[in-house]
Design a binder for this molecule. Structure first.
Ligand code: SF4
Length: 250
């Protein structure tokens, strides 16, 4: 019966128990049989050992269950990566929480860190102008966020570990907004959303897919780059028109 159940009892020889011998065959003493059954019962009753969830998996799971208020307060208090050390405040995002359009940049700059809103200052003004050029407006059917929520010192590109640590917040935001389209502003944002190395030149004017939810992703230039490279503004305009066509499709 025990063999059928896949249980091999651990036999233990008691000092006092003498093994009766019948011919060449060794027969277990009744006391030993009882002991074996007890051991087997203990094995059966023992709960199966479930591998403990790692702290990172637990954190991801907790973030994935947050609502907007929970997400906002968790991000505000977050000290999960080194970017918390020099930020003034974490910058979650801004806009319509049920928007069709979601724009994702890289990380807050100095003014965003100061004001607690993504894409303010000169780059923000240009983004607003870009939105207006396709009849969109910040806060109306548009949600804007960054891949990392705290300002990298000196506006450097966030490090891989910082991006990975902050990623569950972005994933939860996207899940809550459920946009029809994601616009990646700049190469780092595109790489973070698509999980692969790419160049803006090769990624433009193509429909990519965000893995969670299969949401279409369009890649274009970051407004801060466009402020430095005026000729590429025309390309960004093309990208927005491309995105507009995509959203208009049934
Ligand atoms: S960048 Fe993201 S993970 Fe790092 S401290 Fe800020 S909110 Fe937390």
């Amino acid at each position: 019966m025990l063999a059928e159940m896949g249980i091999k009892p651990a036999w233990r020889l008691r000092e006092a128990a003498a093994l009766p011998v019948s011919g060449d065959a060794t027969v277990a003493a009744p006391e030993l049989m009882v002991e074996a059954v007890k051991n087997a019962e203990d094995i059966v009753r023992e709960p199966a050992s479930v591998p403990a969830m790692t702290a990172d998996a637990q954190r991801r799971s907790n973030i994935a269950a947050l609502d907007w208020d929970g997400l906002a307060s968790t991000v505000s208090d977050c000290r999960a990566c080194g970017l918390c050390e020099r930020r003034k405040q974490a910058v979650l995002g801004v806009g319509d929480r049920q928007a069709d359009w979601m724009f994702v940049g890289e990380g807050p700059g100095a003014e965003e860190d100061e004001r607690g809103e993504p894409f303010v200052g000169q780059a923000g003004k240009l983004l607003d102008a870009m939105l207006e050029s396709i009849s969109l407006k910040r806060g109306e059917n548009v949600y804007i966020a960054n891949a990392v929520k705290c300002r990298p010192p000196g506006n450097r590109t966030p490090e891989a570990i910082e991006i990975a640590t902050c990623r569950p917040y972005l994933e939860r935001q996207i899940e809550l907004v459920q946009p029809k389209l994601l616009i990646a502003l700049g190469r780092p944002a595109a790489q973070i959303l698509l999980g692969q190395e790419l160049s803006i030149a090769s990624a433009r004017r193509k429909v990519h897919r965000y893995a969670i939810g299969n949401i279409p992703v369009v890649v274009t230039y970051h407004p801060a780059y466009l402020l430095r490279t005026l000729p590429d503004k025309a390309k960004a305009w093309e990208d927005l028109c491309f995105a507009l066509d995509l959203v208009a499709q049934p």
